[in-house]
Every structure is written in C-alpha cells, then in structure tokens.
Write a protein that binds this ligand. Structure first.
Ligand code: NAP
Length: 209
C-alpha cells in the first residue's frame, strides 16, 4: 500500500461509502469515519468494500487527506471540532450548501472560517451524483474541481480518476460559489429528464476538450 494514498472520510452515507468503495478498489487505504463505527462495521459486512476501514471521526481525521462528506449544515461544526488535526491535512470538500451559505460566499468558505486557520483545500464531486461513482456505462463524466493549493488540487484529481470521473480543473477556490449554484440546477434538470440521477455536466470546446 502506497503510504501517500491514504484518505479519511467524514460521513458514511451515499457519497462517503460509494467513494470509499471506489477508492479502495483502486488501491487507496480508506478510513471511513462515522458517528457510529460499530454500526458502520455491521453495514459494511453486506457490501463489497474490502479495504475500507470503519472508524470514528477522530480516527478518520488522522489520514493525510480528509474528505468532508457530511450534510453541509452540520459540517462547519465538525470541522471546528477537529480543527487542530484538520489544519495539517489536505481537505477535499464535497458538501453542497443548497443556498444556505451566506450571499456572496460559498460552502467551502464557511468551512474555512470554521477551521479558523490556514489549510490546503479543494472542492470536488459536488456535481457528481452518488449513483454515478465508478459507473461503467461508457459515459465520460467530469468531476469539477477547484483549489488554490496545487497539492490539494492534485489529490482531488487523483481521487476523481480513481472514482471513474474525468477531472476538470475549474481554477481557484473562488469557483466554488458557482459550483455550489450548479447543484440545485442539476437536480432540477435531472428531474425534468426523468430523475434517474445518471446525468452530469460536460464542458466541451469546439476543438474537442
Ligand atoms: N448524494 C449525492 O449525489 C451527492 C453528490 C455530491 C455531493 N453530495 C454532498 O455530499 C454530502 C453527503 O451526501 P450524501 O448523499 O452521502 O448524504 P447522506 O447519504 O445523507 O450521508 C451523510 C452521512 O453523514 C453523516 N451524518 C449525518 N448527519 C450527521 C450529523 N449531524 N453529524 C455528523 N455526521 C452526520 C451520516 O453518516 P454516519 O451516520 O455514518 O455518521 C450520513 O450517512 C452532502 O453534503 C451532499 O450535499 C451529495
């Protein structure tokens, strides 16, 4: 196991568990943090998730890369509670605020403020439905990534590829606000298209990007 390919996840729901399984299948060591690790361990028996270690949040935040996969309204408090450890990690924020971030701000900006100290942040996976993680149906699904920190961006890119997505670099963290806004629109467009949750954004140029 590559010592660098270690990731902790806070939140063992649809995204957390789906990403954990996909990353573990690609050789990442995954510590999946839950409020109830014992119940999570029992749930994992029924699914194919070899390589995913059920754990507490305290254990998950020890990984060099930590993914925030909890509901946005509870994530700031969680970040604040683990601020000391998280400030030394690369943080990948996948949470969606659904309009609850202050006007002119973004979900990740609220989490940066909750952390209260400098850290290495990226946002990713906001516009990827959990049903499309590692989905092999021939579609090229982009994972929109924004970061100010090159290292965090590189890790987000690697994690996107490991989950079966094509990474799309959207620039610095200032893009996070726009990405937040794409999610409710995406859900509405998906609903109009039948609500199968297989849809995705695709940016293309005339020269075929
Ligand atoms: N669903 C999607 O397609 C999708 C796509 C992109 C991004 N996202 C974002 O990813 C995040 C997770 O989405 P999801 O669909 O995986 O949600 P979910 O299925 O509801 O799972 C969230 C998990 O967070 C934990 N959690 C719930 N309430 C909590 C609390 N009060 N304190 C601490 N932990 C709590 C729970 O895990 P434990 O019970 O194990 O602690 C729960 O299973 C959200 O912010 C969402 O906006 C979702």
């Amino acid at each position: 196991m590559d010592a660098n390919r270690q990731v902790g996840i806070l939140g063992a729901g649809r995204m957390g568990l789906g990403l954990a399984a996909a990353w573990a299948a690609q050789g990442w060591g995954v510590t999946l943090g839950s409020r109830d690790p014992k119940a999570l361990a029992e749930r994992l028996v029924d699914v194919d998730v070899a390589g995913v270690r059920p754990a507490s949040h305290d254990e998950a935040v020890r990984a060099p890369v930590v993914v925030l996969a909890t509901p946005w309204p509870v994530t700031a408090e969680l970040v604040s509670a683990h601020a000391q450890a998280l400030a030394e990690r690369m943080l990948i924020d996948i949470t969606n605020p659904f309009g609850q971030a202050p006007p002119g701000s973004s979900g990740v900006a609220v989490h940066q403020a909750a952390l209260g100290r400098p850290a290495r942040w990226a946002v990713a996976f906001k516009t990827n439905f959990w049903t499309t993680i590692a989905l092999q149906d021939g579609a090229l699904r982009q994972c929109l990534i924004a970061a100010d920190d090159d290292g965090a961006r590189a890790v987000a890119v690697a994690l996107a590829v490991a989950a079966g997505f094509a990474p799309l670099d959207c620039g610095g963290l200032e893009a996070a606000q726009a990405l937040d806004g794409m999610v409710p629109l995406m859900i509405e467009l998906d609903r109009r298209a039948g609500g199968a949750h297989r849809s995705h954004w695709h940016f293309a140029t005339t020269d075929g990007l």
